[in-house]
Structure formats: structure tokens, C-alpha cells
Design a binder for this molecule. Structure first.
Ligand SMILES: [Zn+2]
Length: 97
């Protein structure tokens, strides 16, 4: 049995919250050390390659989709870890709310 990957993100029509056949993992916050923080904090989603980076609507090229996921991730992080928006900025550099 595959190890379940840590994910605190809520279920959504656009992604799964655990790895399933054919899906790839996306770290909601990526680049400059944020990818590691996303993995550590469970801010990851599982999406189809097309919705990841294999098409123009993919989250890496689609600003609206990217921000949509980031806003949900920030709210979820604040709630899950009982933190504030300021705490989030300290860890991730900026707020998306
Ligand atoms: Zn990605």
C-alpha cells in the first residue's frame, strides 16, 4: 500500500486530496523554498497532468486557477494550524486573501 501523502486541503471539484491513478501532485506554493513548505504543511493537491502543466489551463500557466488554490490553501492553513494572516506572511512571504 502506498504511503498517504500529507494533505490538509479541502476537497474541491478541481482536485483530489490524495494521490490517485493518473494524477500528479502539485504544491500550492512553489518556488524559492516554498515547495518544501507546502509539502511540510500539507498544502498539496492532486490533479490531472492537463490541469497541472500540460496545457494552457494548467495551474502553472493559469493565474486564476493558481490564485483560487492559493486562497483556499491560505485560509485552510490559518484554520488548521490556528494561525493568523500575519503568521502566514512570515512563512510564505505574502498573503493571497
Ligand atoms: Zn505543480
Amino acid at each position: 500500500m502506498k504511503k498517504k501523502e500529507f494533505c490538509i486541503m479541502p476537497k474541491d471539484t478541481f482536485w483530489e486530496t490524495e494521490r490517485k491513478e493518473g494524477l500528479v501532485r502539485h504544491e500550492v506554493f512553489f518556488g524559492r523554498g516554498k515547495r518544501e513548505l507546502s509539502i511540510e504543511d500539507g498544502l498539496v493537491i492532486f490533479i490531472t497532468p492537463a490541469l497541472h502543466n500540460m496545457s494552457d489551463i494548467g495551474i502553472h500557466f493559469n493565474r486564476d486557477f493558481d490564485l483560487y488554490a492559493k486562497r483556499i490553501a491560505e485560509k485552510t492553513w490559518i484554520e488548521y494550524y490556528n494561525k493568523t494572516e500575519e503568521d502566514f506572511i512570515k512563512r510564505y512571504g505574502k498573503s493571497y486573501l
